[in-house]
Design a protein around this ligand. Structure first.
Ligand SMILES: N[C@@H](CCC(=O)N[C@@H](CS)C(=O)NCC(=O)O)C(=O)O
Length: 230
């Protein structure tokens, strides 16, 4: 065993790597690491103080890599099969773009805009910020859904014809949205709904997703009136 993934299963970036490692059938250990409780040593490991981190003793005792994208592409290079990046160069470029879009815009809108507003107060025994979350769902998130919906038109996967880093990155963000009780309307965004069903059929995605979901199951969830068509 050489690989240890450090972080928390509630993090979409952590599950992105869990999904990748499972797709490749790579054994790994996990280490619980909360970015909010970590000591000063964490700043040296990752000056951004974010999870996940990957340890790989095979590459040296002190080898430690922050950032899900750095980790993902390190793993791709070291363990190339099965590949999770398209072979075609233009589709490869598209896959990297969707990874970037998911890790920045989607993480900001979903993670900070909805997930944290719902989950973080409840972790401290406080009421969720439902109004704040709904403002994002009725506003900025629509642009995200419209963009992904169009990108999936007539396609099974976002980049190329196989499951890739693009799909994993986008799906784990939608995963965190689902933990709040909200997923985009199947009527308005059918491509996204069908895509998430396809990704959900993959054990590599479903196993960590379900494990994380149980953590938030007892929390108050969002309830959206179907007439809102969100
Ligand atoms: N670009 C980073 C983002 C990682 C990230 O934002 N992780 C969150 C957890 S989901 C975190 O550690 N947040 C700590 C903080 O905001 O202080 C990656 O891809 O790994």
């Amino acid at each position: 065993m050489t690989l240890t993934l450090c972080g928390l299963i509630g993090s979409p970036f952590y599950r992105k790597i869990m999904t990748q490692l499972a797709e490749k059938g790579l054994p790994f250990e996990t280490e619980n690491l909360s970015p909010f409780q970590a000591d000063d040593a964490f700043t040296k490991q990752n000056p951004l103080r974010r999870i996940p981190l990957l340890k790989d003793t095979d590459a040296g005792e002190g080898f430690l890599l922050p950032d899900s994208s750095a980790i993902f592409h390190y793993i791709e290079r070291k363990y190339p099969t099965p590949s999770l990046t398209p072979a075609d160069v233009s589709e490869y470029g598209r896959a990297l773009w969707f990874e970037e879009y998911a890790d920045t815009e989607m993480a900001g809108t979903i993670g900070l805009g909805v997930f944290r507003k719902m989950v973080f107060p409840q972790m401290n025994g406080q009421a969720p910020d439902i109004d704040g979350a709904m403002e994002v769902i009725r506003g900025k998130l629509i642009t995200v859904h419209d963009y992904i919906e169009e990108a999936l038109e007539g396609k099974k996967w976002l980049a190329g014809d196989a499951f890739s880093v693009a799909d994993i990155s986008v799906a784990v963000q939608y995963g965190n949205l689902a933990f709040t009780g909200y997923s985009p309307s199947a009527k308005r965004w059918p491509n996204i709904t069908a895509f998430m069903k396809r990704v959900g059929e993959k054990e590599s995605f479903a196993k960590p997703h379900i494990k994380a979901m149980t953590l938030f199951a007892s929390m108050q969830q969002l309830e959206i009136d179907p007439v809102e068509n969100l």
